[in-house]
Each structure stands twice: as C-alpha cells, then as structure tokens.
Design a protein around this ligand. Structure first.
Ligand code: GDR
Length: 331
C-alpha cells in the first residue's frame, strides 16, 4: 500500500484529494496543527480513513517527526494561508506559512528520505495568483510572474524553491499551477461560496442583501474535485515537471453572481446587491485565464465540470444546507 501525507487536510482540496487517494488504495495521512484544532472533528467525521499526524509548517522539527512517523511515498503540500485578502493584513504570517513552509517541508524531505529507501515524490500547490498583473494571456507554465499580494509573493517563493530543490538535489518535486477551483466545500470567505450561500439564503427569505467588493475581476473557475486528479497524475509521471491546471474559460465576478441568481429564478438580482469598500483589495488581479495544454497532452488531464454546472452544483448544495439549518422543507 502506498502512503501519502497531505498538508492542508482540513481544506477543500485536502479533503477531495484524500478521497481520491483512498479510492486508489493509498494509506492517507493528514498533517494537523495546533491544540484543539476545531476542524479535526470535521475531518474525522467526513474522512474516517485518514490518520491525523500533528505538525506545523512553521516548525521544521515537527515536519521531520511527521515524515519519520509516516514514511510517505508521496507528500502533497496543500497547507497555506490561502485567503488573498487576509494576506494583506497578515503578510508576515503568510510569508512564513505559505512561503517558508514549503522550504521547511522540502528540507524535512531531504533530511528524512522516503519509505524503504524510495525517494519521496513531492507536490507543491502553486497558484495562478503568481501571474497577478498578467504579462500575457492565456497564462502558461513559462509566463512571467507578477504577484499582486503578499499571498502571491509567498506562492512565487514556494514555487521557485520547489523548482530549485528539484534542480539542486534531484528531488521528484512537481508544482501544479492551479487556477481558481471551487466546490460546495469551498470556505465561505471566498467569493464563489459567499455568493452561492447568499443566493440560497435570499431565495429562502433568510437574508436580504449580498455585499461584495469589485465585480469586474475575471477568473478561470474550475471544479476542485477535477483538479485533485491533476495533482495525483503529476506524481505518477516518469519525470517531475510543472503544469498549469485550468479550464481555459474566464468569467467576471459579476458573471458568477448573475449565473447564481438566475439559477434560482431571481433574474432581477441587482436589487439584492450592495458593494462595500471593505471587500476591495489594495491591489487586484484583474484577469486570469489558463492554458492547460501541457497537462492535457502529458498527463491526459481535462476538466469535467463546466462553469454553469459548477455554479448550479454550489447553489443547489447551499439551498439544501440553508433550508435544513432553518428547518424549511424543500420541494
Ligand atoms: P482569489 O479568490 O483571490 O482569486 O484566490 P477569491 O474568491 O477570494 O476572490 C476572487 C475575486 O473576487 C473578488 N471579490 C471578492 N472576493 C471575496 N473573497 N469576497 C468578496 O466579497 C469579493 N468581492 C469581490 C476578489 O477581489 C477577487 O478578484 C483564490 C484562492 O483560493 C487562492 O488561495 C488561490 O491560490 C487562487 O484562488 C487560485
């Protein structure tokens, strides 16, 4: 049985990836930080097959101990401060966890090695946020980076140090440059889930307005459940490399809001919407659209869920969730 260690196990991607690896007969371990982490129970209830191991991306010796314990064949580094808006307020923490955390994990891998002498295969969750103020469209693996937030800057470091450790020490290290990927498991702080949850609540009469920031930024939104397949596929290749993972289609935040409201039959949605300076960012990423040709040709990966189906999936989930919480019977 192959063994995989996932950092960021409590997050959206960690949970989808754990399910995928479990279905492929892996023994799955999840790194969990802190004392009384409130999300432990969620993971234990949802993914009872995952064995939790304590450790923190800010603490090298804890990573060494986790690797010694697990002896993994594959390590997926999905742990990060991942909310771009927060990174402006906690820039140093973001640099430490999202940036230096990658270096610590790579060092720990170098120190401990893999199970029964086999080299560990390492996946780094890189991000389209690295492209920031984009230098060309669509963005590909060789597009120059121009990050626009402390988060983006930290991800650039994580990406570069992954490539550097591959070049310097021959580590099997891959970096997946994933564009935005969403699902019903997305945290409520991210715009897609914030919108689908508010739309569901407005439709059910539980909320009156949706308050957002800038409606014009454009993102290449895919389904997280599709994207974790690409992570796994990267680590099954003969040679490590970096890949863009994206749908190739871009929509504005306004398009997403429009699709979500229309899905529940509220076409006159402008009257529910307010904007507030609180949700604008000091510097914005205006347009992201990825070209995943390399992932398609070399990995055989392609997205299964399109934009419209993704919006419908998330709104339908939130309608059920909010109706259940409010004790409303749904037809
Ligand atoms: P992003 O995701 O920053 O692209 O990073 P997010 O959903 O937070 O923002 C997308 C766009 O929507 C605009 N926006 C708002 N965003 C939020 N969260 N809340 C609002 O009220 C709001 N109003 C407008 C934002 O300004 C932005 O332009 C995500 C994260 O998952 C990263 O960790 C990941 O690396 C990238 O996607 C790929």
């Amino acid at each position: 049985m192959r063994r995989a260690l996932i950092t960021g196990i409590t997050g959206q991607d960690g949970r989808y990836l754990a399910e995928l690896l479990h279905s492929k007969n892996y023994e799955v371990f999840g790194l969990i930080k802190g004392q009384n982490n409130p999300r432990i129970e969620l993971v234990q209830a949802e993914l009872p097959f995952v064995e939790l191991v304590s450790g923190d991306l800010q603490d090298l010796s804890s990573l060494v101990a986790a690797l010694e314990q697990v002896q993994p064949d594959e390590v997926y580094n999905l742990g990060a401060i991942s909310f771009v808006a927060l990174s402006f307020k906690q820039a140093e923490l973001t640099a430490n966890v999202t940036g230096l955390g990658v270096l610590r994990l790579l060092e720990a891998i170098r120190m401990v090695g893999g199970s029964s002498g086999n080299p560990v295969r390492f996946y780094q969750a890189s991000s389209s946020e690295m492209f920031g103020k984009v230098r060309e469209s669509p963005q590909i693996e060789s597009t120059a980076f121009y990050p626009r937030s402390p988060y983006g800057c930290a991800k650039v470091f994580g990406h570069d140090i992954t490539v550097n450790y591959r070049d310097s020490y021959g580590l099997f290290a891959c970096s997946g440059i994933l564009f935005n990927h969403e699902s019903p498991r997305r945290g409520i702080e991210f715009v897609t889930r914030k919108v689908t949850n508010a739309v569901a609540r407005i439709k059910l009469g539980l909320q009156e307005t949706l308050v957002l920031g800038d409606l014009e930024p454009r993102r290449d939104w895919g389904f997280a459940g599709d994207y974790v397949h690409a992570m796994w596929m990267m680590l099954q290749q003969d040679r490590p490399a970096d890949y863009v993972v994206a749908t190739g289609r871009t929509h504005s935040v306004r398009d997403f809001v429009d699709a979500a409201f229309r899905h529940v039959g509220l076409d006159d949605w402008e009257r529910y919407l307010k904007q507030d300076a609180r949700f604008f960012r000091p510097s914005e990423v205006d347009l992201l659209v990825g070209d995943a040709t390399k992932a398609r040709t070399e990995l055989g990966w392609k997205p299964e869920v399109d934009f419209e189906s993704l919006v419908a999936m998330m709104v339908d989930h939130d309608l059920k969730l909010e109706a259940r919480k409010a004790g409303i019977r749904q037809p």
